[in-house]
Design a protein around this ligand. Structure first.
Ligand SMILES: [Zn+2]
Length: 466
C-alpha cells in the first residue's frame, strides 16, 4: 500500500548514471521512493501511473542559457511561449539571461521580472543577474533574490546592455571571490570586433561571409584569455558562455589547472552546424560567436567527450521573423541568435548517439552537470530520492525530421528544419505534473516556479565545479 500521487516506471530509467529498470514514486512533487523494478506491483494503489515501457526516462533537461524576452509582447507571454518550447524539448528547468527590456540590471528589476515571468512559466526557471556598470552596486541585492551568477557582455550590442569594461569585470569577479557565485561572460573582444566590423562595412561587405571575417576566431580567444587572467588575479569565479572554439576550451582547461575557478558551456548549434551551414542557411543560423569551421566543430566534440565542457545549452533567442528579416540584407548588424529551446537537447543527444557515445554520458551534459554548475543539484538534474520529480521521457530509434511548425508560438523557424533525429520527446513532467504527454502540450497555464539558486560560499566551491 502506498500513498504516492504518481508513479513513473520503465525498463530504462537513468539512475546513478545507468539505465536500469525502475519505478519512481512521486509524492507532493518530489521523488519519494525508487523501486528497482518496473513490475506493476511496485506501483499498486497509485492513482496515476506513467509507464514508459522501453522508452528512456531521463531527469528533466536543464538549459542554462535561454533568452525569452521579446519586447513586442508581455513578459508573462514571453515566458509562456519560451517555456512551452522548452517543455516540448524535454526541459524542466531553464535559466534566463538579463537582456530584457529594460535589461535586468538592478535588484528591483530582478524582483519584478521574477514575479511577472512566473505568471506564464510552464517549467521551472531561474534568472541570471547582471554585471554591467549600473548593476555593480546591485550584485549583492540580486544574489539575495536568487541570482547565483551575473552576466557580463563584452562587445558592443544593440540590446541596451552596457558592455562590461575590464574594471567592471575586475570588480564583479572580486565580489564573487568575497560573496560567492560567479560571473558569466560573453567573450568577444570589443575593440577588435569594432575595428573588424568597420573594416567590413567600409568595404561594402555585410553578408554572412562578412560576419565570419569580422568575428574571426581570435576575437573570441583573446577575450577568453583576458577574462581568465582577470579571474586568476581576483580569485573570482567565471563561467564562459557559448565557447565555440577548441582553443577557447583549452584556455579554460589550462586556467583550471593553475587554480582559476572557471567553467564553460557549448551551444548545441556550435556542435551541430558549421560555417558552411551558416552560408547556406543565412539568417536562420546567424549567431554570435558565429558557426565555425568543420574542423573546429570536430575538435569541440573531442573536448566535450574529454569532460572539458560543463554543459550543453541552447542560447535560445526567440526573434520574430520580422526581427530577423533585415539580416537577409545585412547580416553584419544581426540580430544574432538561434531559437532552439525545443530542439537543442534532442538533436545534441541524436548527434552524440550517432558518434557512438553511451547515452548516459550525453544525458549528463543536459542534466546532472548543468545542475551541479548552477547550484540546483539538490533538486534538479538527477533521479534521486528527495529531488524534484522532473522527467523527460524519450523514444530513441526511427528517424523523424525536425519540423519547425511543431514549435509553440507565433514565430516558428529553425535552422534545423528537415534535419532527421532519432531522438523524440514523448513526455515532460515538472514536479510530478505532466506538461507534455505523447509529444503534445497538455498544460495551458503553467506549473513553472521561480527557483532561487543557492550560493555556495567561496571556500566550499571546488575548482571548475562551482
Ligand atoms: Zn545568450
Amino acid at each position: 500500500m502506498t500513498t504516492a500521487d504518481l508513479a513513473v516506471r520503465g525498463e530504462r530509467v537513468l539512475v546513478d548514471g545507468e539505465l536500469v529498470r525502475a519505478t519512481i514514486l512521486v509524492r507532493a512533487g518530489r521523488i519519494a521512493t525508487i523501486e528497482a523494478s518496473c513490475d506493476p506491483a511496485a506501483s499498486a494503489g497509485v492513482g496515476r501511473v506513467i509507464d514508459a515501457g522501453a522508452d528512456i526516462v531521463s531527469p528533466g533537461f536543464i538549459d542554462l542559457h535561454v533568452h525569452f524576452d521579446n519586447p513586442a509582447i508581455d513578459l508573462a507571454d514571453d515566458f509562456h511561449v519560451g517555456t512551452a518550447n522548452a517543455a516540448l524539448g524535454g526541459c524542466t528547468f531553464v535559466i534566463e539571461h538579463p537582456f530584457s527590456t529594460p535589461p535586468t540590471t538592478t535588484a528591483e528589476r530582478y524582483a519584478a521580472k521574477r514575479g511577472r515571468a512566473a505568471a506564464g512559466a510552464l517549467v521551472d526557471f531561474g534568472l541570471w543577474g547582471a554585471l554591467t556598470e549600473p548593476s555593480l552596486r546591485e550584485l549583492d541585492g540580486q544574489r539575495a533574490l536568487g541570482a547565483v551568477g551575473f552576466k557580463a557582455f563584452l562587445p558592443d550590442n544593440t540590446m541596451g546592455f552596457p558592455p562590461a569594461s575590464d574594471d567592471d569585470l575586475r570588480e564583479g569577479l572580486a565580489n564573487t571571490a568575497r560573496e560567492g557565485g560567479f560571473v558569466l561572460v560573453h567573450a568577444e573582444d570589443r575593440e577588435g570586433l569594432r575595428v573588424a566590423i568597420d573594416r567590413e562595412r567600409a568595404a561594402g561587405r555585410t553578408d554572412c561571409a562578412a560576419v565570419l571575417a569580422a568575428r574571426a576566431p581570435w576575437i573570441e580567444v583573446e577575450a577568453v584569455r583576458r577574462v581568465l587572467d582577470l579571474a586568476g588575479q581576483t580569485g573570482g569565479a567565471v563561467h564562459l558562455v557559448h565557447l565555440s572554439l577548441p582553443e577557447s576550451v583549452d584556455l579554460v582547461t589550462a586556467a583550471r589547472a593553475r587554480g582559476v575557478r572557471a567553467s564553460c558551456e557549448a551551444t548545441a548549434h556550435h556542435l551541430l552546424l558549421d560555417c558552411d551551414d551558416f552560408l547556406r542557411l543565412g539568417w536562420r543560423a546567424l549567431c554570435a560567436p558565429p558557426l565555425r569551421r568543420r574542423s573546429d566543430v570536430e575538435e569541440l566534440w573531442r573536448r566535450l567527450r574529454d569532460g572539458a565542457i560543463d554543459a550543453v545549452v541552447s542560447d535560445h533567442c526567440p526573434y520574430s521573423l520580422a526581427d530577423k528579416a533585415p539580416a537577409q540584407a545585412n547580416a553584419l548588424d544581426g540580430p544574432f541568435g538561434i531559437q532552439s529551446a525545443r530542439e537543442f537537447a534532442l538533436l545534441f543527444l541524436d548527434e552524440a548517439l550517432r558518434r557512438g557515445w553511451p547515452l548516459p554520458e550525453a544525458l549528463a551534459l543536459v542534466t546532472s552537470r548543468p545542475a551541479d554548475l548552477c547550484g540546483a543539484a539538490r533538486r534538479k538534474g538527477r533521479i534521486t530520492v528527495g529531488a524534484d520529480a522532473d522527467f523527460a521521457v524519450l523514444r530513441i530509434g526511427g528517424e523523424q525530421p525536425i519540423d519547425a511548425e511543431g514549435q509553440f508560438g507565433p514565430d516558428r523557424w529553425s535552422p534545423y528544419h528537415g534535419r532527421p533525429s532519432t531522438v523524440q520527446l514523448r513526455s515532460t513532467i515538472v514536479r510530478g505534473r505532466p506538461v507534455v504527454l505523447d509529444g503534445r502540450l497538455v498544460e495551458a497555464a503553467g506549473p513553472g516556479q521561480f527557483l532561487a539558486l543557492p550560493v555556495a560560499t567561496p571556500a566550499a566551491m571546488s575548482i571548475g565545479g562551482l
